[in-house]
Design a protein around this ligand. Structure first.
Ligand SMILES: Nc1ncnc2c1ncn2[C@@H]1O[C@H](COP(=O)(O)OP(=O)(O)OP(=O)(O)O)[C@@H](O)[C@H]1O
Ligand SMILES: [Mg+2]
Length: 457
C-alpha cells in the first residue's frame, strides 16, 4: 500500500483521544480525531478511510448509529468500538451490527495497536477482494458476448471504447444477434455500473401505457392510477436506460422522448414537478430505422439524438467462424444444467450447424443445442433438428410451418389458456423471436407481448 491507511478516532474524552491519536500516528497511520458524532459523520466522505475507532457512547450520537452509517457509506471500512467498563452487552450488540472488535477503557497502547493492525489486515483483504470481483464483472461484461470472428472482435473493441463515455448508443442487428447482451456489456463497463440498468421494450407495452411506464405518473393521473408511480427514467437515475424495440414507439411518444432528450427534463403524467434526469440512453432495434424514416414512421431528429454511436451486431451467417465456439459453449452450459454427460458434437452434426443459415441467429443456435441436449442419449450429439423457417422473417424466407406442426388443446381449456399456449408454441417455433411470431399470428407485437407474464423481458 503506497499511502498509509486513513483512521478516524472518535471519542469525546480529550485526553484519551489525544493519547490514542499520538500512539497511532507514531506507528505510521494517518489519524484524524473527532470529539463528536456529527464531526465523525462529516469524515465519512473520505474514500481512503479504512478504519473507524469510536466510543460507544458519544454526547450527540449513539456509537451504533455511527457504526451503521459508516458501513452504509463506505462498504470497505472496518469499525472498532471503544467501550467502558460493564458495557459488554452493548459491545456484543456492536459486533452483531458489523463492528470488527471492541477495546475496553482504559486504553492500553499495545492492545490498541494489535486490534488496529488486525482490523486493517481484514479491511485490506476484503477491499482487495471486492476490487478483484469488480474487475472480473467488468471483464465478464464483454466476455458474455461470445465470438472471436473479426466481426465480433471489432464489436467488442467498440463496446470497450464507448462504454465509459456518456454517448447514446443505437444497437442494431437482426433478432437474436445479442443486442441485449451488448447493452448489458455497455452498462457493466461504464462508470454507471453501480447504478441500475433498466430495460423496457417499446413493443411489449400497450401504447397507452408506455408513456406512463417511461415517465411515471402521479396518483389519479388517469383511471386506474390509484397510486403514484415512478417511471423507468426515474428508476434508471444515475444509471442506464435501454429502450428496446425503439422502432415500435408511436410518433406522439417519439416527439415527447425527443423533448426529454433535448433538455434532460420531464414530468410524471398528471404531475407538475419538473424532474431533471441523469440517465444514459441505449436504444435497440432490429428494424432498419433509415427505412422507417423514409416511410414516415420514425422521426429523423430523434434518430440523430439516439444514434450518437451505432453498434451493429452481425448476423450469425456472416460470422460462421463463431458457430463452433458458440455451440461448444451452449453444449457445456445445457449439459451441466440438465445434468447430462454430453460432451461432444459428431463431425456430421457440426457440418449441419455450419451449413444452416440461422435466421434466428444466436438465439436459434442456443435453442437448437438446448433441444439436442435434452433429447440425446449418450455422450455425443449425432444430428440436429431445425425448426422450419417461418415466412416474413427478414432473412431466408422459408416454406412456412410444416403442415404437421401443431399443438393439441383438450376440450375444457379456457380460451385464454388456449391462446396462451398457441402464442407460446408459435414463439417456440420461431426460435424465441416474438416479433416474427406476432407476424405469423397476424397480431400486433404489443398484443402478443401481453400474453407473456413479464412484458419487460
Ligand atoms: N455473442 C453471444 N454470445 C453468447 N450468447 C449470445 C450472444 N448473442 C446472443 N446470445 C444469446 O442469444 C439470446 C438472444 O440474445 P439477445 O436477447 O441479446 O438478442 P437480441 O438481439 O436482443 O434479439 P431480439 O431482437 O429478438 O430482442 C440470448 O439468450 C443471449 O444470451
Ligand atoms: Mg432484444
Amino acid at each position: 500500500m503506497t499511502t498509509p491507511p486513513h483512521l478516524l478516532l472518535v471519542d469525546d474524552d480529550e485526553r484519551l483521544r489525544k493519547a490514542a491519536v499520538k500512539v497511532l500516528t507514531a506507528e505510521g497511520y494517518q489519524v484524524t480525531g473527532a470529539a463528536l458524532g456529527a464531526e465523525a459523520l462529516e469524515r465519512l466522505t473520505d474514500p481512503d478511510l479504512a478504519l473507524v475507532i469510536s466510543d460507544l457512547r458519544l454526547p450527540d450520537l449513539d456509537g451504533l448509529a455511527l457504526l451503521k452509517k459508516a458501513r452504509e457509506l463506505l462498504p470497505d471500512v472496518e469499525v472498532v468500538m471503544i467501550t467502558g467498563h460493564g458495557s459488554v452487552e452493548q459491545a456484543v450488540e456492536a459486533m452483531r451490527c458489523g463492528a470488527y472488535d471492541f477495546i475496553q477503557k482504559p486504553l492500553d497502547s499495545a492492545a490498541l495497536l494489535k486490534t488496529v493492525s488486525k482490523a486493517l489486515e481484514k479491511q485490506r483483504l476484503l477491499s482487495e477482494n471486492r476490487r478483484l470481483r469488480r474487475q472480473l464483472n467488468q471483464r465478464r461484461g464483454v466476455e458474455a458476448l461470445l465470438g472471436d470472428s473479426p466481426a465480433m472482435q471489432s464489436v467488442k473493441a467498440l463496446i470497450r471504447q464507448i462504454a465509459p463515455t456518456e454517448v447514446n448508443v443505437l444497437i442494431q442487428g437482426e433478432s437474436g444477434t445479442g443486442k441485449e447482451v451488448a447493452a448489458d456489456a455497455l452498462h457493466s463497463l461504464s462508470d454507471r455500473r453501480q447504478r441500475p440498468l433498466v430495460k423496457i421494450s417499446c413493443a411489449a407495452i400497450p401504447e397507452t401505457l408506455l408513456e406512463s411506464e417511461l415517465f411515471g405518473h402521479e396518483r389519479g393521473a388517469f383511471t386506474g392510477a390509484a397510486a403514484a408511480k415512478p417511471g423507468k427514467f426515474e428508476l434508471a437515475e444515475g444509471g442506464t436506460l435501454l429502450l428496446d424495440e425503439i422502432a415500435e414507439m408511436s410518433p406522439q411518444l417519439q416527439a415527447k422522448l425527443l423533448r426529454v432528450l433535448q433538455d434532460g427534463r420531464f414530468q410524471r403524467l398528471g404531475g407538475t414537478r419538473e424532474i431533471q434526469g441523469n440517465v444514459r440512453l441505449l436504444c435497440a432495434t432490429h428494424a432498419d430505422l433509415p427505412n422507417a424514416i423514409a416511410a414516415g414512421t420514425f422521426r429523423h431528429d430523434l434518430y440523430y439524438r439516439i444514434n450518437t454511436v451505432q453498434l451493429v451486431l452481425p448476423p450469425l451467417r456472416e460470422r460462421r467462424d463463431d458457430i463452433g465456439l458458440l455451440a461448444g459453449n451452449f453444449l457445456g452450459r445445457f449439459a451441466a444444467s440438465m445434468g447430462k454427460p454430453v460432451c461432444a458434437i459428431a463431425p456430421h452434426a457440426m457440418e449441419q450447424l455450419l451449413a444452416h443459415t440461422w435466421p434466428g441467429n444466436v438465439r436459434e443456435l442456443e435453442h437448437v443445442i438446448q433441444r439436442a441436449v435434452a433429447l440425446v442419449e449418450g455422450g455425443t450429439i449425432t444430428s440436429f433438428g431445425f425448426a422450419p423457417e417461418v415466412p416474413g422473417g427478414g432473412v431466408g424466407h422459408g416454406p412456412g410451418l410444416s403442415d404437421h406442426a401443431g399443438i393439441s388443446i383438450p376440450l375444457g381449456t379456457t380460451l385464454d389458456d388456449a391462446m396462451q399456449r398457441l402464442v407460446q408454441a408459435t414463439v417456440d417455433r420461431c426460435a424465441g423471436n416474438k416479433l416474427k411470431a406476432a407476424r405469423l399470428l397476424g397480431i400486433a407485437p404489443r398484443t402478443m407481448y401481453r400474453h407473456f407474464s413479464n412484458p419487460e423481458k
